[in-house]
Ligand binder design. Structure first.
Ligand code: GTP
Ligand code: MG
Length: 424
């Protein structure tokens, strides 16, 4: 193992251009996890190609299209150490077209940093990402008010307080408590890892201190293995290598695992994380593992690996509690949007609207409602268009949550209450 420090999956979220990639690049650079010469090289390249100031973002944005457009498209993973934790940091895209990538990144996170430009204050995807993070079960949050070097006047406490008040209004609508709100500049580094001399009025933690103050996530090591597959590779000389994050349980070499819903069994031969062999993988580890007995096409993204004697649950239908975040009209029986659940994206139909709930108390407001609209919380029955793995959120929190997307936006999010099993 690279380190004995506790491992934490951290995601940077927020509106497009508010500085998520720059923030991650800055944290990596200042903690010595990326070389200064690389930043300098990117600074020159960015300047020459008309993309000046993107040198920190380019640490994360490595795709050609990302660099040309100056936006993050795909979720990037990097590792990064502080004195307390070993972080796998996920840089999520802010652009609305890439929210599905953001959901994948966020559903893997133990904690989130919501980056908000102090110049613009919270925007559409600030709100959307904040609600999604909460609904997807990310329970620890840090808010960074970025670009304090560029507010007018520079480093202004008043500007910070204005943006902070707006952010606090949004926070009240979620269940987040005790969230540090930090004025900083990812570009200059003020209050990122070093306390800023430009903002002596601020007494709270820096971003780095706030990261070290996060609570270690409870490890779901005692549960049966659940490992949703992100990708499957064939590596010459090694064989089939599925890649994904262990959500719960322990993955060990020389054990058999079942992949559902593909319903195939293979034997785990070896496990790797960040190019290092692991004796075993525990919840939170993003790993590639070599499996004997299966071909690349036998398993796919959206499959979940689990023990042969306690395999992942394949649903014929499931009962869920959903919260409608953003729907232009109404949701009725027959509505079939795309569900994003662990690494799976799949069309599912609302087959029954069982009850409308009071969002504040959770008590039933109306039995069998005719429709649901924005702001409603409800209990519904859902039928997937193809076999899918979903678990009761009570038993497997990470496998029991989902987001619902339609027409280019997140319309709802929810958790699974009960599963009607498909007979395999
Ligand atoms: P998406 O991934 O496309 O959603 O954007 P992002 O949130 O990752 O933003 P990114 O880091 O790519 O930065 C967008 C622009 O804001 C770039 O021009 C950055 O140089 C600039 N920027 C980021 N942080 C700061 C900052 O602290 N100060 C100033 N002045 N500019 C910043
Ligand atoms: Mg970015």
């Amino acid at each position: 193992m690279a380190t004995e420090k506790p491992h934490m999956n951290l995601v940077f979220i927020g509106h497009v251009d508010h500085g998520k990639s720059t923030s991650v690049g800055r944290m990596l650079a200042d903690t010595g996890n990326v070389d200064a010469y690389l930043i300098e090289k990117y600074r020159k390249m960015a300047e020459e190609t008309g993309k000046a100031t993107f040198e920190f973002a380019w640490v994360m944005d490595s795709l050609k299209e990302e660099r040309e457009r100056g936006v993050t498209i795909d979720v990037a993973h990097k590792k990064f150490n502080t004195d307390k934790y070993y972080f796998t940091v996920i840089d999520a895209p802010g652009h609305r077209d890439f929210v599905k990538n953001m959901i994948t990144g966020t559903s893997q996170a133990d904690a989130a940093v919501l980056v908000v430009s102090a110049i613009e204050g919270p925007q559409a995807q600030t709100r959307e990402h904040l609600f999604l993070a909460f609904t997807l079960g990310v329970r620890q949050l840090i808010i960074g008010l970025n670009k304090m070097d560029a507010v007018k006047p520079q480093w202004s406490e008043e500007k910070f307080n204005e943006a902070k008040a707006e952010v606090e209004k949004l926070l009240k609508l979620t269940g987040y408590k005790d969230v540090p709100i930090i004025p900083y500049s990812a570009y200059t580094g003020d209050n990122a890892t070093k306390r800023s001399e430009n903002m002596p009025w601020y007494k709270g933690p820096t971003i780095l201190e706030a990261l070290n103050n996060l609570k270690e996530p409870a490890k779901a090591t005692d549960l049966p293995l659940r490992l949703p597959i992100q990708d499957v590779y064939t590596i010459t000389g090694i064989g089939t290598v599925p890649v994904g994050r262990v959500e719960c349980g322990v993955l060990k070499p020389d054990t058999k695992v079942m992949f559902e819903p593909s319903h195939v069994v293979g034997e785990v031969k070896s496990i790797e994380m960040h190019h290092e062999q692991l004796p075993q993988a525990i919840p939170g580890d993003n790993v590639g593992f070599n499996v004997r007995g299966i071909a690349k096409n036998d398993v796919r993204r959206g499959d979940v690996a689990g023990p042969v004697d306690n395999p992942p649950t394949v649903a014929k239908s499931f009962k869920a509690q959903v919260m409608v975040l953003n729907h232009p009209s109404v949701i009725t029986v027959g509505y079939t949007p795309v569900f994003h659940c662990h690494t799976m994206q799949i069309a599912c139909t609302f087959v029954e609207l069982l009850a409308k709930l009071d969002p504040a108390t959770g008590s039933v407001k109306e039995e069998n409602p005719q429709f649901l609209k924005t702001g409603d919380a409800a209990i519904v029955r859902i039928q997937p268009s193809r076999p899918m793995v979903i678990e009761k959120a009570k038993e497997f929190p990470q496998l029991g949550r989902f987001a619902i997307r339609d027409m280019g936006q997140t319309v709802a999010a929810g958790v699974c209450l009960d599963v009607e099993k498909k007979v395999q």
